[in-house]
Design a protein around this ligand. Sequence first.
Ligand code: CTP
Length: 164
Amino acid sequence: FLIYISIIANTKKNCQKSMIKMKKYKVGFTMGVFDLFHVGHLNLPERCKELCDYLIVAVCGDDYVTQVKKKTPVFTEEERIRIIGALKCVDEVSTITLDEIDDKMKAWERFHFDVLFSGDDWKGSERYNRTEEQFSKVGVSIEYLPYTKGVSTTEIKKKINSDR
Ligand code: CTP
């Protein structure tokens, strides 16, 4: 009887172990500016990590914020990289070039991820339709995750300014 109990217990343990390992993807990749770190910034990598074993997060540089977004970053890219890299759900943090941000194939050539995670606000855009087409040829998926409503760096800046 004891042997029987032990077999059942071990089987259960092994099942739990393999369930922990059973994620949809091995290597996941996502990116963003992550200035004035807020809960929307936390939700994204946490959701990504539920779906992959190894999560790489690329932090857009100050050049992207000033030249493309036409904004001034509050925290420098070194500070933003440190904050993102300290998250439990993030396995690797990296910089990313303007070229790689614009052409996600270039990012894939460097990072070799199985899935690109992006906010669902990008779904259906010209850029992402193009990326979906390119990625389908190399077997890479794109998963759109829900954008956290009601919070953004822009909104935080507005709130702070209106409090003055
Ligand atoms: N993100 C999210 N939910 C939010 C804000 C951001 O899921 N409320 C995600 C974005 O989709 C992106 C990443 O977090 O993949 C980094 O977003 P970023 O553009 O840096 O944050 P915002 O707060 O949206 O910044 P801004 O207001 O300057 O556009």
